[in-house]
Design a protein around this ligand. Structure first.
Ligand SMILES: Cc1cc2nc3c(=O)[nH]c(=O)nc-3n(C[C@H](O)[C@H](O)[C@H](O)COP(=O)(O)OP(=O)(O)OC[C@H]3O[C@@H](n4cnc5c(N)ncnc54)[C@H](O)[C@@H]3O)c2cc1C
Length: 475
């Protein structure tokens, strides 16, 4: 049967799209990749997802679950075309149970909407990524997202109690539990966390939440030498301090923010933002003073510190404006997410940042180093002219060199954003031992390979040619 006709039978005409402009919008995410789907559907019920999976499995049509499409490595780029499931139609918060400290949500619920709903109860869902304004809970589970407060509160995986999912053949399964503990066989819901849409479609999630901290204090410290900032990070974590945020910005990040957003940040080699939060003000003070002493020990200067919400917004403004500022770093340059979220041991943070600068210089591209250093995550972006073929080749060399370094110091390819296409070659090189196991799990759950095919261990070995690029490259 004609695919469009079959899908209209399941979803109704209004929820099936194949206009060229719509296909174009759904061909990309926040990565460098692009590939058109054949058709887009917007499910509203579990039954519709069951039916579309049964149909696609019988007809061997690829299916890509898409939340907000804010993934940075090509997660929802439909490399083989097929059907995109736009999960944003399933956006209901089904239950908030403060007495049991969990909520049940459909997977298309946006993170900030969940937190807006929890706030009147004095609760918060804390592992939110910086993209929480648009990111969906399904996408956060798919990528095991984490964020600025993960240093204290952990990643998405730490909040998923259970889920309802539709398997590749259309079967519906209830995984995990609603209780805090569960010792009943394979923890399959945990396997789905970070599976990037390759194992099942999550339709509903049961998530823990926590009470909102009563007090929150944010500070800024500046360092003339990057190495001093690096030593501070390791010392803070090693001393048993409990920051709720510890963020690094290098000189390129500072310059980008000052150029694009005119914030007048101090032009030093490194800025650290540090925060503590909690129920008791004295305990927060204790953490902040403890961290301040460590900054001073390592030649850092604390320039600001405040409990006041407005002041905190000002202190955080530079970090908040960083990503858009990087896109405006230089006329004609693009900010590409390649080798963008490795994690390294705390003691290697400064060395890693220096190495990134060195590799960028050697290869003729610009790379910044910043990120959630409290969780060991080092973000980089490659700033380059995306119309020039040789810049892409330089970026490719730089990516390889960065990951070789990360591997050599015991780091990992992705601490936050996941693997998908852009990071697959380096991840596959670093985790050779894991790939056969992962392939067996994939085959067991999706024998016809229809769920987000050619991602993770099945992704092409060269990210540069894996799909057409989202940019027009002059030949
Ligand atoms: C400006 C910016 C800042 C960011 N900051 C952070 C950050 O601080 N931390 C961080 O971790 N990430 C960050 N990201 C990356 C990204 O936003 C997160 O990983 C986010 O969780 C993705 O959510 P999404 O709804 O956009 O998912 P998508 O990109 O749509 O999907 C992500 C993956 O999940 C799968 N998926 C989506 N829905 C389902 C479902 N219902 N069932 C099964 N699989 C599904 C998809 O197939 C895909 O593989 C950032 C991105 C941007 C653009």
């Amino acid at each position: 049967m004609d695919i469009k006709k079959a899908l209209i039978g399941i979803f109704g005409k209004e929820n099936v799209r194949d206009e060229p402009a719509e296909l174009y919008v759904y061909s990309a995410d926040a990565s460098v990749h692009q590939s058109l789907p054949n058709i887009i559907v917007r499910p509203e019920t579990v039954e519709q997802i069951q039916k579309v999976m049964e149909y696609a499995n019988n007809e061997l049509i690829p299916v890509v679950a898409r939340g907000a499409g804010s993934g940075m490595s090509g997660h929802v780029v439909p490399i083989d075309g097929g059907i995109v499931l736009d999960m944003k139609g399933m956006n209901h918060i089904l239950e908030i149970r403060c007495e049991d400290m969990y909520c049940r949500v459909e997977s298309g619920v946006v993170d900030d909407d969940l937190n807006r709903a929890l706030k009147p109860y004095g609760m918060v869902y804390p592992p939110s990524p910086a993209s929480s304004r648009i990111a969906t809970i399904g996408g956060e589970i798919g990528n095991n997202a984490s964020g600025i407060r993960s240093v204290k509160y952990g990643a998405t995986r730490d909040y998923v109690l259970g889920m309802k999912a539709v398997l590749a053949n259309g079967d519906v399964v209830n995984l995990g539990a609603k209780t805090r503990v569960e010792a009943a066989g394979y923890q399959i819901h945990r396997l789905i966390v970070g599976s990037e849409g390759t194992l099942a479609i999550i339709v509903e999630a049961t998530m823990k939440f926590i009470p909102l901290p009563k007090f929150r204090c944010l500070g800024m410290a500046i360092f003339e030498k990057l190495e001093d900032a690096g030593d501070t990070i390791a010392d803070i974590i090693g001393s048993g301090s409990e920051p709720s945020m510890l963020e690094l910005m290098d000189d390129i990040a500072i310059k980008a923010v000052n150029t694009a957003s005119k914030l007048g940040l101090p032009e030093v080699e490194a800025i650290l933002l540090f925060e503590a939060d909690g129920k008791v003000k004295e305990a927060v003070d204790y953490e902040m003073q403890g961290m301040k002493a460590i900054f001073e020990k390592h030649n850092g200067k604390v320039t600001d510190m405040s409990y006041d919400a407005k002041e905190r917004t000002k202190i955080y403004a530079g970090r908040k404006k960083l990503f858009p500022s990087l896109s405006r770093y230089k006329e004609g340059f693009a900010c590409t997410s390649l080798a963008d979220d490795m994690a390294v041991p705390y003691s290697k943070m400064a060395e890693c940042a220096r190495k990134i600068h060195e590799i960028a210089k050697k290869n003729g591209v610009i790379m910044t180093a910043y990120g959630h250093c409290g969780s060991g995550v080092m973000h980089t972006k490659i700033l380059m002219d995306p119309t020039r073929k040789e810049q892409w080749e330089a970026a490719k060399r730089a990516v390889e060199e960065v990951y070789d370094y990360v591997d050599s110091v015991g780091g990992i390819t992705s601490g936050e954003h996941g693997i998908a296409l852009s990071k697959a070659p380096s991840w596959k090189k670093a985790r050779k031992d894991l790939l056969p196991v992962m392939s067996k799990i994939k085959r067991a759950l999706d024998p016809n390979n229809i769920l987000n095919p050619h991602k993770l261990m099945d992704a092409p070995d060269d990210w540069l040619t894996a799909t057409p690029l989202r940019y027009k490259v002059k030949v």
